[in-house]
Write a protein that binds this ligand. Structure first.
Ligand SMILES: C[C@H](O)[C@H](O)[C@H]1CNC2=NC(N)=NC(=O)C2=N1
Length: 101
């Protein structure tokens, strides 16, 4: 089944289950804070692995003690879809193991 843009109501409902994530323009975004630069780098690599597994890729930025994600779905013209929500869920699930908040 082809992926379709989510409605604003659907996006709101899914964000309610994704603490810290928000809609910025047409993108799901989240900034994680970590205890060190290397901890942030390790989390970024983990996120990159998940993104390749899902074949869905955020703009992923490594900062000093931060990992920032911003994602939408290019193939539907840059709307938010279930693929973005699934990536956000997977990242939310792996974040605690990295001490990210
Ligand atoms: C061929 C491959 O499946 C596509 O280019 C994938 C890769 N990663 C992607 N990532 C995102 N965010 N949106 C896409 O439409 C997308 N498409």
């Amino acid at each position: 089944m082809p992926v379709e843009p989510l409605s604003p109501e659907e996006i709101d409902a899914r964000l309610a289950e994704l603490p810290g994530w928000s809609l910025e323009g047409d993108r799901l975004t989240r900034v994680y804070r970590l205890g060190s630069h290397m901890a942030a780098a390790a989390m970024a690599v983990h996120v990159a692995q998940v993104q390749d597994e899902l074949d869905h890729h955020s703009d992923l930025t490594l900062g000093y003690h931060t990992v920032s994600l911003s994602v939408n779905t290019h193939s539907v013209g840059g709307a938010v879809t279930a693929l973005d929500v699934e990536l956000a869920r997977r990242v939310t699930a792996l974040a605690p193991a990295h001490g990210a908040s």
